[in-house]
Design a protein around this ligand. Sequence first.
Ligand SMILES: *Cc1c(COP(=O)(O)O)cnc(C)c1O
Length: 367
Amino acid sequence: MTTPQRMRLLNPGPVTLTPRVRAALSRPDLCHREAEFAALQLDVRRRVEHVYPEAADEYVAILLTGSGTAAVEAMVGSLVPETGRALVVANGVYGDRMARMLAAGSKRFDVVASDWLEGLDLSAVEARLAADSAVTHVLVVHHETTTGRLNDVAALGAMCKRYGRALLLDGVSSFGGEDIRFSDWNLEAVAGTANKCLHGVPGVSFVVVRKSVFAARTSGATSVYLDLWRHWKEQVGGWSPFTQSVHVMYALAEALTEMEEQGGWKARHQTYAARTARVKRTLEGLGVGLFLDKDPAASSSILTSYKVPAHVRYEDLHDQLKARGFVIYAGQGPYEGRMFRIAVMGDLTGADMEELDVALRASLARG
Ligand SMILES: *Cc1c(COP(=O)(O)O)cnc(C)c1O
């Protein structure tokens, strides 16, 4: 039997698994209505709540079977009440997606959009919050994966706190890799997923919600499956209204253990930053520029977008790197063919990073 080549995924999730996390998938079968599963789920919930120690006392993690989008939609749908009004602050695909979720759930909302190459339009948000007391919730993407920009949620969150509006954060591509401030940002909830910075398997996502919300309000959910109230009532005791992805939950438990042993989100952030600095240096040496070149410090530690050089076709670059065991990610929408993205999450060794240098040099050489 030949061993398949180990693919190193440089796309923004799913990530290359460690052997340990992969092995966890083959633990014993469990019924999700048995005590063993309840214990597993309670343990995973508790550990997700502790990724950011600040959240541990006042927030609860609710685990959902689904990809990151399921968690974002459960958050947006359940937490923006019928009587509320949302303000989406958007500068990319994932901000737009939250607006589509609000529309699909017939919620009242407005959007403050900026160009995908720009940061959040904070002055427009402030003008709106000052003028309109009907806005109950502000929605934003932390790390806008479209361009790799780490949005200035510190400034937006401080504004939410000042004006007394709740912040709902799409932290799907930042949870576990970037700093999240629960109190300073007036966070009501943050959505995350197993298979990005936490290095788990796709299939479980979660919303970390301020506990007091469940006591004070009733669900705004227009969906049966993605109703956080319904999940919360059962999950407090370890149970679930629907079948959970048992084996994916095992893998998440193992991934969280691994992360704790490695020093938590801060250590992971440092690792990503070092990997990204290395890739940037290599590409710079090859004459490849940052896509956000007007704002070179704006990118996250997790993913960076680059310009496809004039002498290269994106598809060829992708295919050549893939032949060497690396999967990169295309630009979306207007940037298709003009941008490529490199994420550095997952199990990448020093040898992988060296091979990546070699592969980038070979694939981007002028012919
Ligand atoms: C990956 C991602 C999502 C969710 O994507 P899924 O494919 O549903 O896992 C949501 N928001 C952001 C910012 C993301 O990067």
